[in-house]
Ligand binder design. Structure first.
Ligand code: SAH
Ligand code: SF4
Ligand code: F3S
Length: 484
């Protein structure tokens, strides 16, 4: 057997305090440190634990079990988890019965090293999610430290394990509605791209597309539960590919199939990779109203030299040509990007090329990250992390400033326009929670093109569509009044 799941039960002396965790006080709290993929995992775990009789709580302080869903993409993400574990260790000095589970990407990456942390009882990787309720039951009963991660992560999973993950996903999706009326649906697992800086292929395993028929059934079930917007998730979602006998399904096919579901009104997909981007996806977007005209398609750099060192598989010109083609086929499209600044060897000229690309791309918004060497990746083993932190920071802020100016200018076109938004709920930002004269709070919604819109309205609008007339536009947010 090539790919094995380890369940190692390290027997410890059995302290009496564990017996005090009775069946009716099994409250759990999940804290998330990762991306959308991890948020979906957290939601699945919450609903699986609920169905096993555990009770979720918003307050970590009253939980008997704390689960930390972790990310390994940058060192900062891991440092936050380690510092949180330090805090939990402190808490466990007074509450030794507390069970701490570390799950997700960092759990897969560090495995037994994490388990040796004093605070940690369970370490479980992304492929072991379906086992979590059982493992926690066992820990409560047997007081063991437990490691459940995948050995040989790059070996394709056995059909049995994939089937179990699929079943898990299908069975527990109903509670995955972290925002009313919306749901994430995983279309693909893993990644085969191996960008030289990136840890994801080493913690999420090989690329694997789920059956379009299972996905459509899952989306139908969600629609019946009131979900209006589905976001299909994959690390390189445009390379979605499923073969069933002679028939091949790409992302455009999956989008068309999902769009036929009554009740589903908006469909998004993230994240796209600029290499081998099939034009059929853009035509589906142009032809089918339900498919949101929005692409999150990271460039990572505007320098061909750096793109090559990153193993991205395209040049800056090819990337910009793709954006031009997208805008020609879908004129209203909004495009978002990601960039890494301070990649090993990035010169001022390389950075200027990135600035040039951002100016030409005219994104709706972009995310900028400082390069963080990840152990085990090719960039880390072959290239020294040469760019000083101060330079990374300066480039990070400089690039965001360029984008901010673009967004602020371009967003003025919305002023006095009417937009349709899917309402997410109350605005949580302290400076954006003022009620109007009628006592209606400030709500937050998003357009099909992913623009954030803030306006006053009843909280009951969460999960519904609303029309808003825009009055003011900033770089990140549009402000307006609801049209009843
Ligand atoms: N699969 C997606 C997203 C992967 S992670 C994609 O390919 O676009 C999200 C973002 O984190 C990436 O787009 C990249 O910009 C950033 N990132 C990944 N590894 C990083 C690293 N080692 N240091 C800094 N940023 C990183
Ligand atoms: Fe990482 Fe590249 Fe895969 Fe995205 S495409 S997850 S950046 S290896
Ligand atoms: Fe997501 Fe971080 Fe894992 S970006 S896939 S949670 S390494």
């Amino acid at each position: 057997m090539d790919r094995r799941v380890f369940f190692r039960f390290l027997e410890f002396s059995i302290p009496l305090w564990y017996d005090s965790v009775s069946m009716n006080t099994r409250k759990f709290h999940v804290k998330n440190f990762g991306c959308q993929m991890n948020k979906l995992d957290s939601a699945l775990v919450v609903s699986a634990l609920r169905q096993s009789g555990f009770i979720p709580t918003e307050h970590a302080s009253e939980a008997d079990i704390v689960l930390i869903n972790t990310c390994s993409v940058r060192r900062h993400a891991e440092d936050r988890v380690l510092s949180h574990l330090g805090h939990l260790k402190h808490i466990k000095e007074n509450r030794p019965e507390l069970v701490v589970a570390v799950i997700g990407c960092m759990a897969q990456r560090l495995g037994s090293d994490l388990l040796s942390h004093e605070a940690v009882d369970l370490v479980a990787g992304p492929a072991q999610l379906p086992d979590i309720p059982r493992l926690i039951e066992e820990i409560l009963e047997r007081r063991t430290k437990t490691l459940a991660v995948t050995d040989k992560i790059r070996t394709a999973a056995e059909p049995g394990q994939l089937h179990a993950l699929d079943q898990f996903e299908y069975a527990y999706d109903s509670d995955a509605n972290h925002i009313p009326g919306q749901a994430f649906v995983r279309a693909m697992r893993g990644c085969n791209q191996f960008c030289t800086y990136c840890i994801v292929p080493y913690v999420r395993g090989p690329e694997e597309s789920r059956s379009p028929h299972v996905l459509v059934e899952q989306a139908k079930k969600l629609a019946d539960q009131g979900v209006r917007q589905i976001t299909l998730l994959g690390q390189t979602i445009n390379s979605y590919s499923y073969r069933n006998g002679d028939r091949h399904y790409g992302l455009a096919d999956l989008l068309e199939m999902t769009a036929r579901i009554d009740g589903i009104e908006w469909i998004r997909f993230i994240t796209s990779h600029p290499g081998r981007f099939d034009e059929a996806i853009l035509h589906a977007m142009a032809d089918i109203d339900k498919i949101c005209p929005y692409l999150h398609i990271p460039a990572q750099s505007g320098s061909d030299r750096i793109l090559k060192a990153m193993h991205r598989g395209y040049t800056a010109r090819q990337y910009l040509d793709l954006l031009a083609q997208a805008r020609q086929i879908v004129p209203e499209i909004a495009i978002a990007g990601d960039f890494i600044v301070g990649f090993p060897g990035e010169t001022e000229d390389d950075f200027e090329a990135t600035v040039g690309l951002v100016r030409e791309a005219r994104y709706k918004n972009c995310f900028v990250f400082k390069y963080s060497p990840r152990p085990g990746t090719r960039a880390d083993s072959k290239m020294a992390d040469t760019i000083p932190e101060a330079v990374k920071k300066e480039r990070n802020l400089g690039l965001l400033e360029v984008q901010n100016e673009i967004s602020e200018t371009d967003n003025q076109r919305f002023v006095e326009q009417e937009v349709k938004v899917l309402v997410e709920g109350l605005s949580k930002k302290p400076h954006l929670n003022q009620a109007d004269e009628g006592g209606k709070p400030q709500l937050i919604g998003r357009t099909a093109t992913d623009f954030i819109v803030v306006f006053n309205g009843p909280e009951s609008l969460a999960g519904q569509f609303a029309k808003v007339r825009i009055e003011k536009a900033g770089a990140l947010t549009l402000f307006g009044t609801r049209i009843e």
